[in-house]
Write a protein that binds this ligand. Structure first.
Ligand SMILES: [Zn+2]
Length: 510
């Protein structure tokens, strides 16, 4: 017995000869935030210290800063070839996509440090990890929500304008994660609610998951019915009160819903690809409060770390179901509609008839007292404009530009070498309805009222054909179909919506 024990000690000391240094944030007595360069240097140290860690550069930010992923895994195959493993979920953690929400970048370094030091061994038995501490290093150094070119990458997942978004989309393709965890902070101080009305919001940890109704039915059901409630329970039990995200409360006279339904955010973009996609919005304390560290950053980092640890523990315990359901959804998407093939082009939040009003806590600025306040509850999800998933989409306008955009999304397509006769639906836009600016849930600006007519038509050489029988198929349909509230044409650079025949066609028989 004695021999075996000392052998184990010897083995573990083999994997780690040197002590693991604390992160730059931990080293700073004043809890100063390290620069992106210091964080990169620290991740490099972890990479060099441990054979279970490998730092991979994903690309460069608009401001020329590296964006890196630290892979942490027991498996050499995963570290070298990124190959997924049977029954072992790959989990991608993204920190500080908004640079002015810095706590998750620090928490990810702490997590990485602990893993490299041999803590959380039970997690590495069950999971392969991809840790992106800084999704937006420009924002980190500039204390900004945006990158150095002022792009908000967080809502760029359809247009893919920003290099940072494209690089994270590439990372989804490259590492093929089963779980994506996107960490944010939500300020309790709001311009109207606080400055004009005298209230701060009062939430600690808020979570949401992919909630677009077009997500694979079984996956959506599992995350909605089981995984999200289980996560809230575990985080709360660990001492950090967790609730489901209500969106941002910025005004006493507003309604509340949930995290946005659109696929322009990473959460729904990744979930439409068949991944379990989790958003955390941890509390960002206000500037005026008194704390032990600047703006309570030490406490905020601690809360982010608890949130991550609990999430990873849950995914590890659920490893079998997580891999089975997410991989099945990526192999063969099935809509939650009865026929399994229906996509809803219109989705929105509506009044919840069972619970039309909800009471949520706010804190009064003048005396710090907690007060419950009632809000109209618009968290019911309404679906409209059901469309059966077409076999393919034919694109007959700006084909070269469209081909570039499709490649950025890793959507497969064919460029026709010769004219081809197909049966397809001609979509004629009869009129365009301007949508109210604050329509909750989606970013639809113009709603196209469309007449669809089956026709036999000849596509020309050079036209593009995008088959939907591919993992990206249903997501491609939501972006390419002009009836969709989240179509590409809602983005300002793609102003294609106009009355008359539309140049993109759902194909019935290619
Ligand atoms: Zn954010």
């Amino acid at each position: 017995m004695k021999v075996l024990l000392s052998l184990l000690v010897f083995c573990s000391s083999l994997t780690l000869a040197e002590p693991v240094p604390p992160s730059p944030f931990e080293q700073s007595a004043q809890h100063a935030l390290p620069s992106s360069q210091e964080i990169s240097a620290y991740l490099t140290v972890l990479d060099e210290l441990s054979p279970q860690a490998r730092l991979v550069e994903l690309g460069r930010s608009a401001g020329g800063r590296p964006i890196e992923a630290l892979l942490v895994s027991d498996s050499n195959d995963f570290l070298t070839g990124f190959s997924p493993q049977q029954g072992k979920p790959t989990v991608l953690l993204l920190g500080s996509q908004h640079g002015n929400e810095p706590s998750s970048a620090e928490a990810i370094q702490l997590l990485a440090r602990q893993l490299v030091a041999g803590e959380h061994g039970e997690l590495l038995d069950k999971l392969n990890l991809v840790l992106v501490a800084m999704a937006n290093p420009d924002g980190r150094d500039l204390s900004s929500r945006y990158n150095a070119s002022m792009d908000n990458t967080n809502i760029d997942y359809v247009a893919l304008n920003a290099g940072e978004t494209r690089l994270l989309v590439d990372a989804l393709h490259r590492f093929d994660p089963d779980v994506v965890y996107d960490a944010h902070e939500s300020g309790i101080w709001k311009r109207i609610l606080t400055k004009e009305q005298g209230y701060l919001t009062d939430v600690d940890a808020q979570f949401d998951m992919g909630n677009n109704p077009n997500i694979d039915g079984e996956l959506l059901c599992y995350t909605e019915q089981y995984l999200l409630p289980a996560l809230l329970e575990r985080v709360s039990a660990s001492g950090l009160p967790a609730v489901r995200y209500r969106g941002e409360i910025t005004d006493l006279k507003q309604s509340v819903a949930r995290g946005g339904l659109g696929i322009t955010n990473l959460r729904n973009y990744a979930a439409m690809q068949g991944r379990i996609s989790i958003l955390v919005e941890n509390r960002l304390d206000n500037k005026q409060g008194r704390y032990d560290s600047p703006r309570n950053i030490a406490e905020r980092v601690r809360k982010q770390l608890i949130s991550m640890e609990q999430m990873l523990g849950l995914i590890a315990d659920e490893a079998d179901r997580v891999t089975r359901l997410s991989r099945q959804a990526r192999q063969q998407w099935n809509s939650s509609a009865e026929d399994g093939r229906t996509l809803w082009m219109a989705v929105s939040f509506e009044v919840n008839m069972h619970e039309p009003v909800v009471s949520l806590p706010l804190v009064r600025m003048e005396d710090g007292k907690r007060k419950m306040y009632s809000f109209p509850n618009h968290d019911a999800i309404a679906t409209d404009e059901p469309v059966r998933l077409a076999e393919a989409y034919a694109i007959t306008r700006e084909q070269a530009r469209m081909a570039d955009w499709l490649r950025r999304h890793h959507i497969e397509f064919e460029v026709l070498e010769a004219p081809r006769r197909v049966t397809m639906e001609q979509l004629v836009i009869e009129r365009l309805v301007v949508q109210p600016k604050a329509r909750p849930g989606v970013r639809e600006k113009l709603q196209a009222v469309v007449q669809a007519t089956p026709i036999s038509a000849e596509l020309s050489a050079g036209d593009l054909l995008v088959p939907t029988d591919q993992p990206m198929g249903p997501l491609a349909a939501l972006m390419l179909d002009p009836r969709s509230a989240n179509s590409l044409y809602q983005e300002s650079e793609w102003n294609w919506l106009a009355e008359g025949e539309f140049p993109v066609f759902p194909v019935i028989t290619p």
